[in-house]
Ligand binder design. Structure first.
Ligand code: NAD
Ligand code: 0WE
Length: 256
């Protein structure tokens, strides 16, 4: 019997085959889940249809800009119409304007702060609220975060502040939704070479730094994020909520 048999999930944040969301979606699928996919906009439609289409012709694939309340409402209405309920939700979405990740944090504009928090943190609250009425048998919500929320990682800047908001929101959501048997957790991943990471100056050096300094002396693999995502989604994690789980080859424990 597979871990996620009979479970219905929705995945936010697939852009291409390197996306962490795609690694977790594949693991959820392998564990027996039925999935719905969303994509940010027309630009990514073809990519996501090609990837998610391999999950079966009747897989629901819907556009959703997480900063638009009407998009979110439409997506959950379509999930309700097709599946009638929901068990799992993956939030694997983040964005800050590029210049905010390049200069000094002290120069963060009001607008860059607003956008980063709207896309990367508020969206978890909005998606959770829309999911609750469908999670009638309880549920598991998983969001992706990064260590730059708690320690200074040069250039991560306003994204670090937004991830701190995301992690704190995870705890407040876990408290509110616990009575409905809905769990909310974060996976804090070590650096992974995705679209969101490429183009970051010094990213290759960062992978090398983790290789040199993490206890396991290597970087995390996408499949390992999939495995943790599957665990958190499964009944094996039934008593785990409000947590940040580090899947970073142990990097977070180090003091030097
Ligand atoms: P990615 O570029 O593949 O995924 C980011 C996704 O966010 C994309 O699918 C993009 O379309 C989506 N997105 C951005 N703005 C959106 C909007 N307004 N509406 C809907 N979707 C929107 O990169 P990734 O590395 O897989 O990132 C996924 C998550 O993992 C992010 O939360 C990121 O912060 C987190 N994370 C990444 C790393 C890493 O090193 N790559 C490490 C730790 C955590
Ligand atoms: O969360 C992230 C990256 C999220 C991200 C990436 C981009 C690049 C393109 C958010 N917004 C944008 N905006 C863009 O215009 N990570 C955890 C990966 C990452 O990004 C870094 C890192 C790491 C790690 C940026 C600086 C330093 C380290």
């Amino acid at each position: 019997m597979s871990l996620l048999n009979q479970k219905i999930g929705i995945v936010f944040g697939v852009a291409n085959k390197r996306s962490i969301a795609w690694a977790i979606a594949q693991a959820w699928k392998k564990a027996g889940a039925t999935l719905v996919f969303t994509y940010q906009g027309e630009r990514l439609k073809e990519n996501v249809e090609e990837l998610a289409g391999t999950f079966g012709e009747d897989t629901l694939i819907l556009p959703c800009d997480v900063t638009k309340d009407e998009d979110i409402a439409r997506v959950f209405a379509e999930v309700a119409a097709k599946h009638g309920r929901l068990d799992l939700l993956l939030h694997s979405v983040a964005f800050a304007p590029k210049d905010a990740l390049e200069g000094e944090f002290v120069n963060t504009s009001r607008e860059a702060f607003r956008v980063a928090h709207d896309v990367s943190a508020y969206s978890l609250i909005a998606l959770a609220r829309a999911a609750v009425p469908l999670m009638t048998n309880g549920g598991s919500i998983v969001a992706m975060t990064y260590y730059g929320s708690e320690k200074v990682v040069p250039h991560y800047n306003v994204m670090g502040v937004a991830k701190a908001a995301l992690e704190s929101s995870t705890r407040y959501l876990a408290y509110d939704l616990g009575q409905k048997k809905i769990r909310v957790n974060c996976i804090s991943a070590g650096p992974v070479n995705t679209l969101a990471a490429r183009g970051i100056a010094g990213f290759t050096d960062m992978l090398k730094h983790y290789e040199a300094h993490s206890p396991l002396k290597r970087n995390v693999l996408p499949d390992e994020l999939g495995a943790t995502g599957t665990f958190l989604a499964s009944d094996g994690a039934a008593a785990i909520t409000g947590q940040v789980i580090y899947v970073d080859c142990g990097y977070q424990i180090m003091g030097m």
